[in-house]
Design a protein around this ligand. Structure first.
Ligand code: NAI
Ligand code: MG
Length: 358
């Protein structure tokens, strides 16, 4: 942010251009959230990033205070700041509080969820030799996640799937633009329009309208079940995948598994005026509090955030440190077959980053 300060020296006004500190909203999250956020913020700080981290309440911490899981004040603060880094938040299955994520994504109209899937050197996985590099763009505010559910009868529950022309059109416009900026050659839409002829049919129709406006990028479509089979047998064929909210949620966890697991998959929730960066994974209650979670997914989400904010040098420094530590393979977390704790891995990243800087 930039401001102008007017000072007076004798009778002459002097205008000073002041660069205000970059502010970043921080939601630590639940479960492993605080552990991986702590590691990530240490690494961000070590790059010399001149930013003010603004802690914001959400998730179980908010519920315990009698607030909604995503308090309106937190949503307002992110709207005002324009950018946030978020740890995972727990949402109970069945009953309990509504999802903090759904509230945040809808509240800020963060319509595109961008999830890059990339092989890291040295990380074992079923396709480690294939150098996978694809991007999933998941619609983030509609579909069965619109939250319209009711029970017309105690034995019947209905959830409404909402797909709008406007919501689909803006997603595809964003996706083709992003694909072009990143030098991508092909965009594939994933759907089930053979069965859901109206909702997925409308989504598919809007996709081909957008494709016609972007003839330099190859566009095609695939039905979601076949897409899953293709992804686990020949994932290297995909470049950019764009899809609805539910399919995108499922496919992105599947794709994380192709490149070494959820500990490595970052993401960005993009809206017109603000963006929230967070890992694909959840709060991992099975390993929470043990200090063994892999912070890479959140850290690489922070790298996406730094690029978004124009701090490319710091972003590349962190990315290169991750590449070096993974390639070296001596200090990896448990999920990647190593023995390092979250803290040890973070310290090694900082060490490697300092070494590279001298
Ligand atoms: P999960 O993604 O939390 O965990 C799935 C598996 O991956 C677990 O075995 C976990 O230990 C492992 N894992 C996840 N992240 C890891 C990391 N950074 N390092 C090492 N291992 C990692 O999915 P689950 O268990 O289905 O969901 C737990 C909670 O998280 C639920 O309440 C769910 O609603 C919430 N959730 C929140 C999300 C968010 O805030 N963006 C996204 C997905 C789930
Ligand atoms: Mg998910």
């Amino acid at each position: 942010m930039t401001g102008i300060i007017c000072a007076f020296y004798v009778d002459v006004p002097i205008f000073l251009l002041v660069m205000a500190k970059q502010r970043i909203g921080i939601i630590a999250g639940d479960g492993i959230g605080p552990e991986i956020m702590d590691a990530t913020l240490q690494i961000l700080t070590e790059t010399g990033l001149d930013a003010e981290f603004v802690p914001l309440v959400a998730g179980l911490a908010a519920v315990e205070q009698g607030l909604p899981a995503m308090p309106p004040a937190t949503v307002d603060a992110i709207r005002e700041i324009g950018v946030a880094l978020k740890g995972p938040t727990t949402t109970p299955s069945g009953g309990g509080h509504v999802s903090a994520n759904v509230a945040l994504r809808k509240g800020l109209d963060l319509f595109a969820n961008v999830r890059p899937i990339k092989t890291l050197p040295g990380v074992k996985g079923p396709f480690a030799d294939k150098n996978l590099d694809l991007i999933i763009v998941r619609e983030n505010t509609e579909d069965l996640y619109a939250g319209i559910e009711y029970q017309p009868h105690p034995d019947v529950a209905q959830s409404i799937k909402v797909i709008t022309r406007q919501g689909s059109a803006r997603l595809f416009e964003y996706t083709f633009d992003m694909a072009r900026k990143q030098g991508r050659k092909r965009v594939t839409v994933v759907h089930k329009a053979n069965i859901m002829k109206l909702s997925d049919g409308l989504f598919l129709e809007e996709f081909y309208k957008a494709a016609a406006l972007n003839p330099d990028i190859k566009a095609d479509d695939i039905i979601v079940d076949n897409c899953c089979m293709q992804l686990v047998t020949k994932p290297e064929q995909f470049d950019v995948i764009v899809t609805e909210n539910l399919y995108g949620d499922i496919i992105s966890d599947l794709c994380a598994g192709l490149v070494g697991g959820l500990g490595l998959a970052p993401g960005a929730n993009i809206g017109k005026n603000c963006a929230v960066f967070e890992a694909v994974h959840g709060s991992a209650p099975d390993i929470a509090g043990k200090g063994i979670a892999n912070p890479t997914a959140l850290l690489m989400s922070a790298v996406m955030m730094l690029h978004h904010l124009g701090h490319h040098e710091q972003a590349e420094r962190i990315r290169n440190s991750v590449l070096r530590v993974c390639r070296d393979g001596q200090c990896l977390t448990l999920d990647l077959g190593g023995k390092a704790s979250t803290g040890e891995y973070a310290r090694e990243l900082i060490h490697v980053s300092h070494e590279a800087a001298v």
